[in-house]
Design a protein around this ligand. Structure first.
Ligand SMILES: Nc1nc2c(ncn2[C@@H]2O[C@H](COP(=O)(O)OP(=O)(O)OP(=O)(O)O)[C@@H](O)[C@H]2O)c(=O)[nH]1
Length: 306
């Protein structure tokens, strides 16, 4: 009785992302929240398709910090909007942390992000970062200015470097997560073999935008990863050869796209993710094959490592 039942009923789990201009302390804060064990990887498709920056696992909650790719104020087209990926991320997470450093005045970039965030589905916590770097009076002034910028769910001053209020921020983020069991078993995230994570990134890229047409009919097999200094190498970067399996010719057509355009995009997206995951340059050789009814064929499944 007691603890387990209570924990199961009150446990919260979900996703958060940090946004803000470059250099405002997002990475440092992520590390302070989750410790040094930051794993960058693709996530399970049933949860979110974003790269994970870190997971904070406590008895009462699990907070998964996901990456927000490329939040840049457009300089060219006046009134251009956020790209879809960023907006999608805002709609997938349960809570957003908007970082504004105490040692810099609120600028046009911050105002632009604030406006974009006002359309996000998730509640936004305004985080005043680096409070250790300025006098208290300045922090107070900045907090006022930030509060007036928009109608935030919360406003909180923190210092990741001096560990000021980082645990309070964790509590605040957790407060906005839905009730539910942990989504990741601790350790699972980093223990996966590299090729499985690489395959998952390719699969994710292939499914991007075509979920309904190709629900589960895609499998990826990594044939080889060739180091540049090995005798088989033909490139001076890590060469990855992968097969993408679909069940039907029509699905192959969808993946490849008109004149191979879609497959090129899939390759480019997957390669970018893989390069970030592995922290090195990669050449990705991707082929699509029809493996009919592979999901029902044990031999094929075996070959694909299922
Ligand atoms: N004094 C102080 N400096 C900090 C704090 N947090 C981050 N910094 C410094 O601010 C700089 C930028 O921090 P990052 O965490 O890399 O910022 P970021 O927002 O992730 O930057 P991008 O990756 O460029 O978007 C680094 O030099 C950090 O050491 C803090 O709490 N206090």
């Amino acid at each position: 009785m007691g603890d387990d039942a209570t924990t199961a009923e009150t446990h919260r789990s979900g996703f958060a992302c940090f946004v803000g201009r470059p250099n405002v302390g997002k990475s440092t804060l992520t590390n302070a929240l989750v410790g040094e064990k930051v794993a960058i990887m693709s996530s399970r498709p049933q949860t979110t398709r974003r790269a994970i920056r870190g997971v904070l696992t406590r008895d009462d909650a699990q907070l998964i910090l996901v990456d927000t790719p490329g939040l840049h104020r457009p300089r060219t087209l006046l009134g251009e909007r956020l790209n879809d990926v960023v907006r999608e991320t805002f709609n997938e997470v349960d809570v957003i942390g908007f970082c504004l450093p105490a040692d810099e005045k609120i600028g046009p970039g911050d105002k632009w992000i604030a406006r974009e965030l006002s359309e996000a589905r998730a509640p936004v916590i305004a985080i005043v970062t680096k409070v250790d770097s300025v006098p208290k009076a300045r922090v107070a002034e900045h907090l006022m200015a930030v509060s007036e910028l928009a109608d935030w769910a919360e406003v909180i001053p923190v210092s990741a470097v001096e560990d000021i209020q980082v645990d309070v921020l964790a509590d605040l983020l957790v407060k906005y997560l839905p009730k539910g069991p942990p989504l990741y078993i601790d350790g699972e995230i980093t223990d996966e073999p590299e090729d499985v994570r690489v395959a998952e990134l390719i699969r994710e890229a292939a499914l991007e935008g075509v979920h309904d047409e190709l629900p589960h009919s895609i499998a990826v097999m990594i044939e080889e990863m060739v180091e540049p200094d090995s005798p088989e190498a033909t490139k001076d970067v890590l060469e990855i050869r992968a097969q993408l399996f679909v069940e039907r010719d029509s699905q192959k057509g969808i993946i490849i796209g008109h004149k191979g355009e879609r497959l090129r995009d899939v390759g480019a997206t997957a390669r970018a993710g893989i390069e970030r995951l592995l922290g090195r340059r990669v050449y990705l050789d991707l082929h699509v094959k029809v493996a009919k009814e592979w999901q029902r064929d044990p031999k094929q499944l075996g070959r694909m490592g299922f």
